[in-house]
Design a protein around this ligand. Structure first.
Ligand code: IPE
Ligand code: MG
Length: 218
């Protein structure tokens, strides 16, 4: 979800307003995903590298996250959406941790769509965390495998990523789901996240449907 600050800057608004408008994109996107029968949407909300941002901006992001879940939890629950968190719990402010945990718990039986919030998430950190978790159960001279590693990722229960969309015009991955996108289709869109609408989403799915996926085969 990239481009919030540029969106705000273009409109001479504070950064926090860009993030606030960015958060408003999530509910229509969630509806469009369910309409299309998509089962999992992962949102990169806060990376392990975002800690390098000014403290005031970070604080406004946590406040927004709290607000988002409090304001939307009823509609999320009633629509059958399950909230999942991928990321390191440690370092999250206690209130943010609790808000996320509550949303995860309240929606745990929902099956229509998984909304996977990647918060304090980094792909490299996730892989290291997975290896360390596996090491705790390791027996004798046992070696790790792709399967064993996958079962220890935050996303263990999720399918591999089919399509990764990055808004904001930058053509890079920025440590997002680096293991899970091994064979994903990548789409870089020149639209700032607060402007991302269901129309853009439908267009990106159409684009995805034109791709020929071979997974290294013929
Ligand atoms: C993405 O928008 C939102 C978060 C990382 C939370 P940015 O804040 O990166 O906005 P730009 O890319 O600087 O415009
Ligand atoms: Mg950015």
């Amino acid at each position: 979800m990239d481009g919030n600050r540029r969106w705000a800057k273009n409109k001479s608004l504070p950064r926090s307003e860009g993030h606030r408008r960015g958060a408003e994109v999530i509910e229509p996107l969630m509806d469009a995903a369910m309409d299309l029968g998509i089962k999992v949407v992962s949102l990169y909300a806060f990376s392990t590298e975002n800690w390098m941002r000014p403290r005031t901006e970070i604080a406004s992001l946590w406040k927004l996250l709290d607000y988002f879940f409090k304001a939307k939890i009823d509609v999320i629950t009633s629509k059958g959406v399950r909230i999942k968190h991928s990321g390191l719990d440690a370092m999250l402010p206690a209130s943010t941790y609790e808000t996320i945990a509550r949303a995860v718990d309240a929606t745990r039986h929902n099956r229509r769509l998984i909304l996977n919030f990647c918060v304090n998430y980094g792909g490299q950190q996730e892989i290291v965390h997975a290896v360390n978790s596996w090491l705790e159960t390791r027996k004798g001279g046992e070696k790790i495998s792709t399967g064993k590693l996958e079962r220890n990722l935050f996303t263990a229960e999720l399918p591999p990523v089919d399509l990764m969309i990055r808004t904001g015009g930058e053509c890079r991955i920025s440590n997002f789901l680096i293991w899970q996108i091994a064979y994903a289709e990548l789409l870089f869109m020149d639209v700032l996240w607060p402007d991302f609408s269901p129309r853009h989403f439908y267009k990106s799915i159409y684009d995805y449907q034109q791709r020929e996926r071979r997974f290294g085969g013929i």
